[in-house]
Design a protein around this ligand. Structure first.
Ligand SMILES: *[C@@H]1O[C@H](CO)[C@@H](O)[C@H](O)[C@H]1NC(C)=O
Ligand SMILES: *[C@@H]1O[C@H](CO)[C@@H](O)[C@H](O)[C@H]1NC(C)=O
Ligand SMILES: *[C@@H]1O[C@H](CO)[C@@H](O)[C@H](O)[C@H]1NC(C)=O
Ligand SMILES: *[C@@H]1O[C@H](CO)[C@@H](O)[C@H](O)[C@H]1NC(C)=O
Ligand SMILES: *[C@@H]1O[C@H](CO)[C@@H](O)[C@H](O)[C@H]1NC(C)=O
Ligand SMILES: *[C@@H]1O[C@H](CO)[C@@H](O)[C@H](O)[C@H]1NC(C)=O
Ligand SMILES: *[C@@H]1O[C@H](CO)[C@@H](O)[C@H](O)[C@H]1NC(C)=O
Ligand SMILES: *[C@@H]1O[C@H](CO)[C@@H](O)[C@H](O)[C@H]1NC(C)=O
Ligand SMILES: *[C@@H]1O[C@H](CO)[C@@H](O)[C@H](O)[C@H]1NC(C)=O
Length: 564
């Protein structure tokens, strides 16, 4: 088992030539080569899969080059490149996946003393908000790096893979590979599956992967001294269960050399509390004579399964329905010949996994999409704005506040502080999709346009700071209603008129003012006339009826002034 990582790495990394050929069907495959320049991609010659640069999936990091030495000289040139992360605590790849799809997710870390320090990089690897594993790149001590692989169902359409600095060493990564699997395969009762190994039993020393393996599992050759390997040239059928082992994997098998001995396979778990799943691949690949029977019992850590007869030239995958609990962390599968069997037990291949739990829910998807829209609208390059915005709490985005209730409830964004962040442009509509937002601070930026009415439609919003921007226009009526009805507080620069209150009021004022103006004029006129009249009447004497005449004229004057 020790050679697993080395072999995996070799399988993932050993090439001598690069041929430019059309890529084969690789639907849904994501193959990123980390550190590759943005305009570059290549067809990896052992698989014919196209690997592309990671630059569109990550914001930070720098390109490192593996040093030339005897151990790395054979490596295919693009693999001499990796990405390392000197800045920030958490750096995340954000991959576009299909929610509910089961994926094989593989990350490759090949160190190659790229930094000249010759010290194994150590850091944590996260899947979204949950820890996946602690990586110690050279810990295995057998090769130049390590491969981490899980089988996991995507919880949303975004999959974040994050590298988290834990000490003094700089996180680094070489490749990320995602391969969709059939949903009804590799089913754990709870949690996801962390790969220990895909092994096929053979004398050969060749690893098998895509295109022979449609899911690009990397099958490592394996044998034990007390086993004998057998093989066939006949094709093996039977792939209806979805596990689809490659012909190269299922056409070879091991039997115990001593026919009366059981076939025993053991593996170690990282922790004695871990649980495990094993997928056993069987196909009868010997032409049996009429008097020959091969039947065996399968024992897994004391659990006794029903006797099994391998199907003739037909593949079948068996696994434990309940997770194996292995005392002391040592798991054992044993195949024991039954009394009626006159042939030894046989096994073609085995895959072993431990159960890994990812209990922390991702933040509400609508909130994540909205905040990422806002981020891209404003091209915010804050180093903390990567991965899940809310959880885990110690990595939550600076300026984003969330209500984190418990691990099984998706967190929600409740406050957003983007004050003094150099924002330009208009206030983005994506904000309205943060439907539980209580407080929004966009003050002291260079935002333009009007105060958008949609902000008033976020029912939970209680405080909005917009001062210190270049906004214009007036405050829509909806805000005034919210201010009056549920105490919304909106802070805007004084140039923004309270549209909701002012205009009708000021219109009234204008009318009142013009009326007063007219009235004053009229009064003045009246006074002038009265004064003159009095004067003239005192001069000319008493002339009744003329006052009435004047009031008629006044009425006409008022009516024409008001446009009646
Ligand atoms: C990628 O871009 C760099 C710099 O712009 C250029 O030197 C290089 O030739 C380009 N490579 C390819 C494969 O286009
Ligand atoms: C890659 O494709 C070329 C051309 O189609 C083919 O000759 C070659 O065998 C393929 N390699 C693998 C590993 O499938
Ligand atoms: C690295 O090794 C390869 C193969 O031996 C050689 O072609 C290449 O020039 C070397 N590069 C450097 C920078 O030494
Ligand atoms: C099949 O078995 C024969 C005889 O033991 C051996 O020479 C050959 O290498 C085996 N082939 C494979 C692919 O394991
Ligand atoms: C095995 O299957 C392949 C592909 O279907 C076919 O080309 C080959 O002839 C088959 N071999 C035998 C021995 O039947
Ligand atoms: C085969 O195994 C049996 C039972 O363990 C043992 O008695 C016998 O000596 C073994 N034979 C050889 C050749 O090792
Ligand atoms: C089966 O019968 C053949 C003769 O047809 C004989 O050589 C062989 O030993 C028998 N095998 C077993 C396991 O009894
Ligand atoms: C808000 O979310 C809905 C549903 O997810 C989406 O259809 C809509 O485009 C989003 N609106 C904005 C402005 O982002
Ligand atoms: C704000 O935007 C205006 C118009 O685009 C520009 O003239 C001004 O320099 C900007 N101010 C700041 C602080 O960015």
């Amino acid at each position: 088992m020790k050679t697993r990582n080395k072999l995996l790495l070799l399988a993932c990394a050993t090439f001598s030539i690069m041929s430019l050929v059309k890529s084969q069907n690789q639907q849904g495959f994501i193959s990123l080569h980390c550190g590759l320049p943005s305009n570059e991609s290549y067809i990896e010659p052992s698989t014919n899969l196209t690997y592309i640069s990671d630059v569109n999936f990550i914001r930070g990091g720098k390109t490192g080059n593996i040093q030339n030495n005897s151990r790395t000289n054979f490596i295919f040139k693009p693999l001499k490149i990796l990405r390392y992360f000197p800045d920030g605590i958490r750096n995340c790849y954000s991959l576009s996946v299909k929610q509910g799809t089961k994926y094989l997710i593989r990350t490759v870390f090949s160190y190659g003393n790229y930094d000249g320090l010759n010290i194994s990089p150590r850091f944590d690897l996260f899947l979204g908000p949950n820890i996946w594993t602690s990586v110690d790149v050279l810990k295995a001590g057998v090769g130049d790096g390590v491969v981490e692989e899980i089988i996991h169902v995507a919880m949303s359409n975004i999959l974040d893979i994050c590298l988290v600095k834990t000490g003094t060493s700089t996180p680094m990564i070489s490749a990320i590979e995602l391969r969709p699997l059939r949903y009804d395969t590799y089913t754990a009762r709870t949690g996801s599956l962390k790969l220990i190994a895909h092994l096929y039993f053979t004398n050969s020393d060749e690893a098998i992967r895509y295109p022979e393996d449609v899911y690009d599992r990397v099958w490592i050759p394996y044998s034990q001294p007390e086993w004998t390997q057998i093989n066939t040239t006949r094709n093996v059928s039977g792939f209806s269960d979805g596990y689809n082992p490659p012909q190269g994997v299922i056409k070879t098998a091991s039997i115990p050399t001593n026919v009366s001995e059981p076939l025993t396979f053991t593996w170690n778990l990282e922790s004695s509390d871990d649980e495990s799943y094993a997928y056993l691949y069987f196909a009868e690949i010997q032409q049996l004579k009429v008097n020959e029977t091969r039947e065996f019992k399968i024992l897994a850590n004391g659990v006794d399964y029903i006797p099994y007869i391998p199907l003739k030239f037909e593949a079948k995958t068996l696994s434990n329905p309940a997770p194996l609990k292995c005392e002391g962390g040592v798991c054992r599968v044993q195949l024991l010949k039954t009394p009626k069997s006159n042939l030894p037990p046989l096994m073609n291949a085995i895959e072993i996994f431990s159960v890994i739990q990812f209990p922390q829910s991702e933040t509400n998807t609508d909130d994540v999409i909205a905040i990422k829209n806002i981020q891209s609208t404003y091209q915010l390059s804050r180093i903390s704005w990567q991965g899940d915005p809310c959880v885990p709490k110690q990595f939550s985005w600076i300026g984003v506040s969330c209500n984190v209730i418990d691990i099984s409830t998706p967190s929600r964004i409740i406050a957003l502080d983007l004050s003094s962040s150099g924002l330009t442009g208009v206030i983005p509509p994506s904000l309205q999709n943060l439907t539980l937002l209580r407080e929004l601070d966009l003050s002291n930026n260079n935002l333009t346009g009007e105060v958008p009415e949609f902000l008033a439609n976020i029912k939970s919003l209680l405080v909005i700071h917009l001062r210190g921007n270049n906004l214009r226009g007036s405050v829509p009526q909806a805000f005034q209603d919210r201010e009056r009805n549920d105490g919304l507080k909106l802070f805007v620069d004084p140039n923004i008129k309270r549209h909701g209150q002012h205009q009708p009021k000021s219109r009234l004022v204008a009318i009142v003012a013009s009326i007063s103006c007219v009235t004053v004029t009229i009064i003045v006129l009246v006074l002038v006339f009265i004064f003159r009249r009095r004067k003239s009447s005192t001069r000319k004497g008493k002339r009744g009826g003329s006052v009435l005449n004047w009031s008629t004229r006044l009425k006409i004057a008022i009516e024409s002034t008001l446009g009646l």
